[in-house]
Design a protein around this ligand. Structure first.
Ligand code: F0G
Length: 468
C-alpha cells in the first residue's frame, strides 16, 4: 500500500478534530481555522523495529533518498511516495561535543552537544522542513510557492526553487529587517523578493492572505508538511547519541516551528516505543521578542489538553497592540511577536515538561562570540540556545552533569554585520554600530588591528600576537 494512503491532515483542536486528505494544500483547518497536523495510521505502515535499523541506510548513501538526512528517516514521515520526494541533499548535519562552549555554559566536560544545522545547503535548519514542504507542493501539483521570512525560510525556499526548477517563488521579507547574508541568498537564487514596508509579523499576515486568494502554495511553518521534515533534526540528534535520549534539548524560539516539530517527533517516537523517555525541551526567546515567555512563564498559559485559554492570548496581543510594541532584537531571525505555531509549541512544552526562558541581546552576542571561539560559527538567533542554557545553569534548573543538546540553527555567515560590529565597535558605539540599543559591552571582542604598511610594525604586531 502506498504510504500516502495512510496519512491525513487533522486539526489540532480536539473540539473540532477535522480531518482532511493529504492532497489538499491547507494553511489551517477549513472548519475552525486552527493549525493542522499530519497524522499517520502507524498500525498499517512498515515501521523500523528499532531506530538502529535506520542507521544501516547510511551505507547506501549513493542513493539520494538515503543520503538525505531527512528522507532516510522517511518511515517516520511517510506522506509521500519515493518518486515524489524532492531532495537537494539536506540534513548532512552533525552533533558535536564542545568542551569550550560547555565550560562557558557551566556544564561538565562532555555533557554539552551542539547540533550544527548551519551545515545545510542554504545554511540553516530550514532545509529540513523545506524539502518536505516542496515535496508536498509537488504532490498537490503546485507551480507557485511563497513564504514570509526573517531571512532563512526565504533562502531555503529560494534554493529549492532554483535547484529543482519545479516552482516559481515569491518571498516576502520585512524591509531593513533581514540580515544581508540571507537577503543575498534569495537574490542570488533568483527568487522574486518582496521587501514589505513592515516587519515579519506584517509579512506573515499578508503572505497568508495572498496565498489564499491567489492559490499559491504557502511554505511557512503553518504548513504541517514542513514541520514533518523538521522532525528529522531530532532523529539525527538521537542517532548521533546512539539513540540514548538526552536530558534536555535547547532551541531558540521564533515562529515556534522547530519547537512544535520537536515535540511531535518525540511524542511519536515514544508512542511507537522507539524511545523509552522524552527529554525536556527548553525554548529560548530573545527578550525583545518574548511572546512565548510572557504567555507561558508569566501568565501561566498551558496546552490544557488542547484547550489553551485563548483569552490570555488575545488579551496579551491586545495589550501589545495598544502599546504599539513591535518585536525588537539583534537576533533578527527570531524578531517575531506573533508566533504562528504558538499552540503547537504549548503542546510540545506539555509533552516534554518543557520551559521557556528569555535572554537579552547582550547575552546572545556574548554567547555567539564564545561559540565562535569554541569553533562553532552561528548567527545570533542560534546563540540564544547557548545563552539560554547558561541562564538555566545559573538558575540551577539544568545540572552540570546532565546531557544537553543545543540546536545551532543557522550559519555564522548569515549575519556578518552583527559579528563585525560586536568585535570591532568602540565602547559606547555599539548602538550605532549594531543599529539597536541593549548591547553595552563586548567582553569577548576580538578586535581587528589596523597596522601601518611598515614591516617593523607588522612584525611587532605578529610577535605580540604570538605571546598572547
Ligand atoms: N534560528 C534561526 C536561524 C531562524 O532562522 C529561525 C526562524 C529560528 C531560529 C526560529 O525558529 O521559527 O522554528 O521558532 N526563522 C524564520 C525565517 C522565522 O523566516 O527564516 P522557529
Amino acid at each position: 500500500m502506498a504510504p500516502t494512503d495512510n496519512a491525513h491532515q487533522r486539526c489540532i483542536n480536539p473540539q473540532c478534530g477535522g480531518q482532511y486528505s493529504i492532497d489538499q494544500a491547507l494553511a489551517g483547518c477549513p472548519s475552525c481555522g486552527e493549525l493542522l497536523d499530519v497524522v499517520y495510521d502507524w498500525d498499517r505502515l512498515p515501521l523500523p523495529r528499532s531506530l538502529r535499523d535506520i542507521e544501516a541506510r547510511w551505507s547506501r548513501r549513493n542513493e539520494p533518498l538515503e543520503f538525505s538526512g531527512v528522507w532516510r528517516f522517511r518511515q517516520l514521515l511517510p506522506f509521500a511516495r519515493d518518486d515524489q520526494i524532492v531532495t537537494i541533499g539536506e540534513g548532512q548535519t552533525i552533533l558535536q561535543n564542545s568542551p569550550a562552549v560547555a565550560a562557558y555554559c557551566g556544564m561538565s566536560p562532555g555533557k554539552l552537544f551542539l547540533q550544527y544545522e548551519g551545515l545545510n545547503p542554504s545554511g540553516s535548519f530550514k532545509d529540513n522542513g523545506m524539502t518536505a514542504a516542496v515535496t508536498h507542493a509537488r504532490l498537490v501539483g503546485a507551480r507557485h510557492a511563497a513564504c514570509a521570512s526573517t531571512g532563512n525560510t526565504s533562502a531555503s525556499l529560494a534554493i529549492f526553487a532554483s535547484a529543482t526548477r519545479l516552482f516559481k517563488v515569491v518571498v516576502f521579507v520585512g524591509s531593513g529587517k533581514i540580515a544581508y547574508g540571507k537577503l543575498s541568498q534569495a537574490l542570488d537564487f533568483g527568487a522574486k523578493t518582496l521587501q514589505l514596508v513592515g516587519d515579519f509579523d506584517d509579512a506573515m499576515r499578508q503572505v497568508q492572505e495572498v496565498c489564499r486568494r491567489e492559490k499559491i502554495y504557502l511554505c511557512n511553518s503553518l504548513n504541517p508538511f514542513r514541520l514533518e521534515g523538521q522532525k528529522a533534526i531530532i532523529y539525527r540528534v538521537l542517532e548521533s547519541l546512539h539513540w540514548e535520549v538526552p536530558d534536555w534539548i535547547v532551541v531558540p524560539g521564533g515562529n515556534l516551528g522547530n519547537s512544535s516539530a520537536f515535540g511531535k517527533a518525540l511524542a511519536e517516537l515514544a508512542h511507537l516505543g522507539l524511545i523509552d523517555r522524552i527529554p525536556r525541551l527548553a525554548i529560548i526567546n530573545a527578550a525583545g521578542a518574548n511572546t512565548l515567555f510572557q504567555l507561558y512563564e508569566e501568565r501561566g498559559l498551558r496546552w490544557s489538553g488542547g484547550n489553551p485559554d485563548t483569552e490570555i492570548i488575545s488579551g496579551f496581543y491586545a495589550e501589545m497592540d495598544r502599546a504599539r510594541r513591535r518585536a525588537s532584537t539583534l537576533a533578527s531571525a527570531i524578531q517575531i511577536n506573533r508566533p504562528v505555531n504558538l499552540k503547537k509549541a504549548l503542546r510540545a512544552l506539555d509533552v516534554t515538561q518543557g520551559l521557556v526562558r528569555q535572554v537579552s541581546d547582550q547575552e546572545i552576542l556574548d554567547a555567539k562570540a564564545q561559540a565562535g571561539a569554541g569553533g562553532f560559527g552561528c548567527e545570533p538567533a542560534s546563540a540564544a540556545s547557548i545563552a539560554g542554557l547558561r541562564l538555566l545553569r545559573e538558575q540551577g534548573v539544568v545540572g552540570a552533569g546532565e546531557r544537553v543538546v543545543c540546536i545551532l540553527t543557522g550559519h555564522q555567515l548569515k549575519d556578518p554585520t552583527t559579528t563585525v560590529a560586536y568585535h570591532s565597535a568602540d565602547a559606547g558605539q555599539f548602538e550605532s554600530a549594531l543599529g539597536k540599543d541593549g548591547v553595552h559591552a563586548a567582553p569577548y571582542a576580538n578586535r581587528p588591528a589596523v597596522i601601518e604598511n611598515d614591516l617593523d610594525k607588522i612584525i611587532d604586531f605578529v610577535r605580540a600576537a604570538a605571546r598572547d
